[in-house]
Write a protein that binds this ligand. Structure first.
Ligand code: ARG
Length: 589
C-alpha cells in the first residue's frame, strides 16, 4: 500500500521551494522546520541564510512568505522574532492526511529505503541455570527491536546465543553419570518448565558441592570436559539432555512472556564449535592475534588493567581451551559471511560492553566487519529493586524470573478485577486480561526507559492506571473500542471540511507523527521513544475526551463521524505501536 508523507515533510517541501524561489542566489537551503508550541511548526532556517546573504532576516522572511503560492495546506505563516516563521496548518490538511493514513493498513508508514539484513542476538539464557531479570531485559528489548525492524522492511534473523558450552558441563555430566536418575521425572507425560528447572537446579547445586569438596570428582569432571570437547558420543548425548531439559524451561518462560522463540533460531555457543580452530588460525595468520604467555591474544592501545598493563582479548587460552571471545568472533563470521548480514545487533547487558568493544574491534581488524557491515551492542542497564539497589530477594538471592512474572500477573489480575466494578467480565476473561496487563506492564516498564539506564522494578507503579504505564495505554485502547460499540451503526468517517477543536488538532498532529517515530526508533535502536510516543498519544486522547464529546446528541452527524474517525485511527495506532513493543491491547478491560 501507499506510504503517506507526513505533514512535516509536506510543509518542509513547500518552504524549501519557497526559499529557492525567493532567494535563488542562496542555492538549496534547509528551512529547519521544528515543532512549536506557538504554532504547529516553526522554521528557523532563514536566520542562517540572512547571515550568509548579508540581508535583513525579517525582510527575507517576508519575501519567502510572499513567494509561497496559494494552497490549502498552510493556513497562516507569521514572521516572528528576529526572522522565524510560525506556521499553522489548515484543519483540512490535517484530516486529509489522516484519512490517507487510515486508508492504509500500515497507517501510511513507509518501508525503509535502505533496508538490509540484520542479525539480532537477544534472549540468551544459560543452560542448566535459572533465568534472571537480565535475561528478561534482553528478551523484551530484543523482541521489540525485531518487530520494529521487520515493520520497516528490514530482513531480520534472530539468534539466541544461549550459554550451552563450557567447562561446567564436565562437572554436570560427570555427576549425572554417577547419579543416573537425577534428571528423571516423578511422573510420565509432559514435563513442565518449572519441573525441568527444579531438577536442573538440584543437580547443579549437588554437583557443585561435590566438585568443591571432592578432589577426585573434580579430576573426573576435568577428564569429562576433555571427552565432551573431543565429541565422545556418550558424553555428548548427556550434554544434549541438559540442553533439551533447559529448553523446556526456557520455552515455558518465553511462553509466559507471550513471546515466540523458534527452535532453529536458538544457536548457542556450541553452534560455533566447528569454526573455532579456523577463527584462531585466521586471526593468527593475519597478525591480528599474537601468542602471549602461551595464549592467543589481541591487544588494544586503550584497554588497560588497573596495573596499567594492557588487557588483551584472549581468543585461545594457554591450555588450548576456547572461551566466550572465540565463540563470539566465530559467530560474527557466520552471521556476516553465511547469513549475509550487514548489521549485527547484540542486546546484551551494559556490563559486557568492554567484551563487545574488543570483539568488534578484533573483527574489524580481521576485515569481518567494515564500513558496509557494522555491529552494535544495544546495551541495557541493571534492574534495581524498589530500594534502588540491584534486584535481589530478601535473602539476597537472585530473583527468579518466573516468580516475578507470576507476581506481576497476580497483581494485574487484582487491578482488572477491581476495575470491573459492574462485574461485566467472566472469571476466564479476568484471568486472560490479568496476563495481558501484567506481562504488558513488565515489558512496558522495561521498554519505556532508555535501555542503557538502570531502572527500578516496582510492580505497584508498573500496573498503576495513571501515569506512563502499559495499563494506561491499554485502557485508552479499550475505551475507544467501547465508544465504537456504543456508536452502533454509525461508522467512523473523515470530514476534512469541518473545523477542528484545539484538542482534535493536537491529537491529529500527533497521530501524523507515527511514521517518523517508527523510522527514528528503528534507526537508533531506541524503543523507549516509541513508548514515549504512545504515551503522549494516549495523553492527547485523554485531553480530547475532556474537551470533545464523541457521541453527544448535540453533535451534528458529521462531527460524530469525524470524531469516531479520529479515535478509531488513534486506536489503530495504539494497537500497532503496542504490537511493535510486544504488548497486547485487549478489546475490553
Ligand atoms: N548468555 C549470556 C549471558 O547470560 C549472554 C549472551 C550474549 N550474546 C553473545 N553473543 N555473547 O550473559
Amino acid at each position: 500500500m501507499a506510504s503517506v508523507p507526513s505533514l512535516a515533510s509536506n510543509v518542509q517541501q513547500r518552504l524549501a521551494d519557497a526559499l529557492s524561489a525567493a532567494l535563488p542566489e542562496a542555492g538549496p537551503a534547509d528551512p529547519l522546520l521544528r515543532r512549536s508550541d506557538r504554532a504547529d511548526f516553526q522554521a528557523n532556517g532563514i536566520l542562517a541564510l540572512a547571515k550568509k546573504l548579508k540581508g535583513n532576516p525579517r525582510e527575507l522572511a517576508a519575501k519567502v512568505v510572499e513567494s509561497i503560492p496559494a494552497n490549502d495546506v498552510l493556513k497562516e505563516i507569521e514572521v516572528s522574532g528576529p526572522g522565524f516563521l510560525n506556521i499553522t496548518l489548515t484543519d483540512q490538511a490535517i484530516v486529509e492526511t489522516l484519512a490517507a493514513r487510515a486508508a492504509d493498513e500500515r497507517l501510511g508508514v513507509p518501508y525503509a529505503e535502505n533496508a538490509g539484513t540484520t542479525v539480532i542476538d537477544y534472549a540468551q539464557p544459560n543452560v542448566a541455570k535459572e533465568m534472571h531479570v537480565g535475561h528478561l531485559r534482553s528478551a523484551v528489548i530484543g523482541a521489540a527491536m525485531v518487530e520494529i525492524l521487520e515493520f520497516t522492511g528490514e530482513k531480520v534473523i534472530r539468534r539466541h546465543h544461549i550459554g550451552d558450552w563450557g567447562t561446567q558441563f564436565g562437572m554436570l555430566i560427570q555427576y549425572l553419570i554417577e547419579h543416573p536418575h537425577e534428571l528423571d521425572h516423578q511422573r510420565d507425560g509432559e514435563v513442565s518448565g518449572e519441573e525441568a528447572m527444579s531438577s536442573l537446579n538440584r543437580l547443579y547445586k549437588a554437583s557443585r558441592a561435590l566438585f568443591d569438596s571432592d578432589e577426585e570428582f573434580k579430576a573426573r569432571s576435568r577428564d569429562r570436559v576433555v571427552a565432551l570437547q573431543s565429541g565422545e558420543p556418550e558424553t555428548l548425548a548427556l550434554w544434549q539432555r541438559f540442553v533439551d531439559e533447559s529448553k523446556i524451561y526456557f520455552y515455558s518462560v518465553f511462553d509466559k512472556l507471550d513471546m515466540e522463540i523458534h527452535d532453529p533460531d536458538v544457536v548457542g555457543e556450541s553452534g560455533y564449535n566447528e569454526m573455532l580452530d579456523d577463527t584462531c588460525r585466521l586471526l593468527e595468520e593475519s597478525g591480528v592475534a599474537v601468542r602471549s604467555e602461551g595464549a592467543l591474544c589481541v591487544f588494544f592501545d586503550d584497554v588497560k588493567g588497573p596495573d596499567g598493563n594492557p588487557t588483551p582479548l584472549i581468543v585461545k587460552k594457554s591450555n588450548g581451551g576456547y572461551g566466550y571471545a572465540a565463540t563470539d568472533l566465530s559467530a560474527i563470521r557466520d552471521r556476516v559471511q553465511i547469513l549475509g548480514a550487514d548489521t549485527l545487533v547484540y542486546v546484551v547487558d551494559a556490563r559486557q560492553a568492554l567484551h563487545f568493544k574488543m570483539v568488534f574491534e578484533t573483527a574489524r581488524r580481521a576485515g569481518w566487519l567494515n564500513d558496509e557491515v557494522k555491529a552494535v551492542q544495544l546495551a541495557f542497564g541493571t534492574v534495581l529493586g524498589a530500594d534502588g539497589k540491584p534486584f535481589k530477594t530478601r535473602e539476597g538471592e537472585t530473583v527468579r524470573l518466573v516468580d516475578l512474572l507470576d507476581e506481576a500477573v497476580q497483581h494485574a489480575t487484582g487491578v482488572v478485577r477491581e476495575k470491573d466494578a459492574r462485574k461485566e467480565l467472566t472469571e476466564a476473561e479476568i484471568a486472560e486480561r490479568g496476563e495481558q496487563v501484567g506481562i504488558g506492564a513488565i515489558k512496558y516498564a522495561d521498554l519505556s526507559t532508555s535501555a542503557v539506564r538502570d531502572y527500578r522494578f516496582d510492580l505497584d507503579q508498573m500496573v498503576s492506571l495513571n501515569g506512563d504505564t502499559s495499563v494506561y495505554l491499554q485502557y485508552a485502547y479499550a475505551r475507544i473500542q467501547s465508544i465504537k460499540r456504543k456508536a452502533g451503526d454509525v461508522r467512523p468517517a473523515a470530514h476534512p471540511e469541518l473545523p477542528l477543536a484545539p484538542a482534535e488538532r493536537a491529537l491529529g498532529l500527533h497521530l501524523d507523527r507515527f511514521a517518523e517515530t517508527v523510522a527514528e526508533v528503528a534507526e537508533a535502536y531506541e524503543p523507549h521513544k516509541l513508548a514515549a510516543y504512545l504515551y503522549q498519544l494516549a495523553s492527547h486522547l485523554t485531553k480530547f475526551y475532556d474537551q470533545c464529546q464523541v457521541l453527544s446528541a448535540d453533535n451534528p452527524a458529521e462531527v460524530v463521524e469525524n470524531r469516531l474517525f479520529l479515535i478509531d485511527l488513534t486506536a489503530r495506532t495504539l494497537h500497532q505501536g503496542m504490537a511493535l513493543l510486544g504488548i497486547r491491547t485487549p478489546e475490553r478491560l
